[in-house]
Design a protein. Sequence first.
Length: 276
Amino acid sequence: MEGKLYLVATPIGNLEDITLRAIKILKEVDIIAAEDTRHTLKLLNHLEIKKTLISYHRHNEDIKTSNLIEKLLEGKNIALVTDAGTPAISDPGEEIVKKAIENNIKIVPIPGACALINALIVSGFSTKQFSFYGFLPLNKKLRKEKFDELKKEKNTIILYEAPHKLLNTLNDILKNIGNVNIVLAKELTKIHESFIRGRVEDIIRDIDSVKGEFIIVIEPNATKKESNDDIKTIEDLYKLYKLQGLEKKEIIKKIARDKNVAKNEIYQYFIEKKLP
């Protein structure tokens, strides 16, 4: 009888985010296939679990997939984990899932932490429809093609980016999409977790640290290169910035800049309209 392939989500930072079911499966399987065995070993040691670990990452995926499928067909139960989060989401997993389906091997998802979902739900942007693009291509031609695609996107957009490439990507967003509203989710679930909200140009100017892992969330419909000049009223702007979690002082500053008027005029308007 064939074994089962378990896709086990692991913490993206805080080790307490692992589920009871994930712990149970990691204890019960015969083999754990890990993106980085050294990283996974730390988690297993924390959970006091001792299991056979097999390296499974982007560079050996082709070879190791066949090997793992053989073990599954022999009746071994295997858990696939990545360094953080859910397997197959911008991480290894897609290929072995396809092969498992071809071989009629049962696949069991073990849900848990997923960085893109956590970034989305705190963004303040629409969660009804969203598009996840993962890491953008580095190749210039492919990158341009991807930005041409992003320009037409009407849903909330979610991107992953490494710290040393963040400013380059933010500048590319500014150049190709416009000075749109975004949220940077930094070091999710970790000690230095933070959220940076505002327009791309302001964030590029004000950001003081690009250390850590980042998720970029782009406001829906922003890809039409709309600016706040398209929004008719100050009340609309107020609602937009309030939704982003900005304080009243910062909202007044931004509206004054968007409307090209003095801040005290916006402040007086707030008083007259009794905006909180």
